[in-house]
Design a protein around this ligand. Structure first.
Ligand SMILES: Cc1cc2nc3c(=O)[nH]c(=O)nc-3n(C[C@H](O)[C@H](O)[C@H](O)COP(=O)(O)OP(=O)(O)OC[C@H]3O[C@@H](n4cnc5c(N)ncnc54)[C@H](O)[C@@H]3O)c2cc1C
Length: 398
């Protein structure tokens, strides 16, 4: 049997689910393919914790997803402190930038569950989920593409949205090129109970053994991301839980007192992924299928949500008789998304590489640079605004 839709989203991670929700009020019949069953949050803490920018939160509010999150499970960030490896320090505050908060920290599974909840009863959406629901072959016919799933089912569409992550099957089938540059680092994540209050401050340390980030969680808890070069990552992963907690505590200068592990560690290999072309006739890429970034900027899914906001806007603006897969339509999306991912990737990549270099003069220089930027309130405000909204000039409530 063949299911016919106008827009088929391949991949139900945060970007794919948000894209489905963003098309709720469109005239299009939408389909979503996702092989992994919804895991369910079940009250356990999830070590995959992300910082969501004000723009991402605004999108989730518009999609009616944000109110579904348990307010006891997310935490606002009021201030961010960044420490160099030779006395440099840089801080950003929501108050100084005229924002109500810099970001919100929440578990990935919490947001994913809320997105599933929002799309489950969406009238124009057909959900195709389960093990066999993953693309296996792509058939191109006059004006349509047909995805043949592993279980033999077929979905015909006028637009195929690749939201299937870094190894995107859609990107490969569509022949859209991608350049992957490995960092030879692993991102180690875990959550901890801490002794002293974090006071809604996110912290980041650039160290010889990688970049350590503390993201505040509700109550006296933090989530960490330690982006460590491969040999150091292996050594950290070989430690038992208590020894690892002591290492994290020492690396942070004991700023939050004693730390106790509350989730097992997980590790992810880190790489930069750039796609010079994110559309072709009948295909558009969003989220990590379109761009991969080092986690030190905490921007991966935020770029994905900004893709969703723009693609949703472009598609919703079309008259019902228009073809959503036509190249001129998709080029509008690609043009509007050309700048932000490139700029974010370039700046984050430069930072990751700059702090990986060890010569003493360079170390001094980068720490002096941090202190200098810290004394330039206009520069800091511009940086905060771009990180929050993907734009230097936008105001919070626009
Ligand atoms: C250590 C670490 C820390 C991070 N911290 C942050 C942060 O603080 N803030 C932030 O914004 N980002 C952060 N990120 C980045 C973030 O994890 C990603 O940007 C985000 O998960 C991408 O979402 P996505 O929906 O595009 O892709 P994915 O999450 O990869 O989802 C892809 C979906 O497609 C499905 N899929 C895959 N293959 C197929 C197929 N063949 N057929 C059908 N479906 C398929 C998968 O099952 C999955 O559900 C971090 C990443 C790492 C590694």
């Amino acid at each position: 049997m063949t299911v016919n839709v106008d827009i088929l989203i391949h991949g139900g991670g945060l970007a794919g689910l948000a894209c489905a929700a963003a098309l709720r009020d469109s005239p299009w019949k939408v389909g979503l393919i996702e092989p992994q069953p919804q895991r369910g949050h079940e009250g356990q803490w999830d070590a995959r914790v992300y910082a969501y920018t004000p723009a991402a939160v605004a999108l989730l509010e518009r999609l009616d997803v944000w109110p579904r999150l348990d307010p006891e499970r997310w935490c606002a960030v009021d201030r961010m402190e960044v420490f160099g490896d030779a006395g440099g320090m840089l801080s950003f505050s929501a108050y100084e930038a005229g924002l109500s908060r810099l970001a919100v920290i929440a578990e990935q599974s919490l947001v994913r569950d809320a997105l599933w909840e929002a799309v489950r009863r969406q009238r124009n959406l057909t959900l195709l989920t389960g093990e066999g629901k993953a693309g296996q072959a792509l058939v191109s016919e006059e004006g349509t593409l047909t995805v043949v799933c592993r279980d033999g089912s077929r979905v015909r569409t006028r637009l195929l949205v690749g939201a299937d992550g870094r190894q995107s099957w859609v990107r490969m089938q569509a022949g859209l090129p991608a350049r992957v540059v490995p960092y030879h680092q692993q991102g180690i994540v875990a959550n901890f109970a801490v002794q002293r209050p974090h006071r809604h401050v996110a912290r980041q340390w650039f160290r010889d053994d990688g970049v350590l980030a503390f993201l505040p969680l509700p109550g006296e808890r933090v989530s960490i991301v330690w982006s460590a070069p491969q040999p150091q990552a292996e050594a950290l992963l070989a430690l038992d839980e208590a020894a690892f907690a002591r290492r994290v505590e020492a690396a942070s200068g004991g700023i939050l007192g004693a730390m106790t592990t509350i989730t097992p560690r997980q590790a992810f290999p880190l790489s930069l992924l750039r796609c010079p072309q994110v559309v072709r006739p009948r295909v558009a890429l969003i989220g990590d299928a379109a761009h991969g970034i080092h986690p030190l900027s905490g921007h991966g899914i935020n770029l994905g949500f900004n893709d969703v906001a723009v693609l949703g806007e472009v598609l919703r603006a079309l008259p019902p008789e228009a073809d959503p897969g036509a190249l001129p339509v998709l080029s509008r999306y690609a043009r509007r998304r050309a700048e932000e991912p490139w700029l974010m990737q370039t700046a984050t990549d430069a930072l990751a590489r700059l702090f990986a270099l060890q010569p003493v003069p360079l170390r001094q220089l980068r720490n002096v640079g941090m202190r200098l930027v810290d004394r330039l309130p206009f520069v800091k405000e511009a940086l905060v605004r771009y990180a929050a909204f993907g734009d230097f000039f936008v105001q919070e409530n626009e």
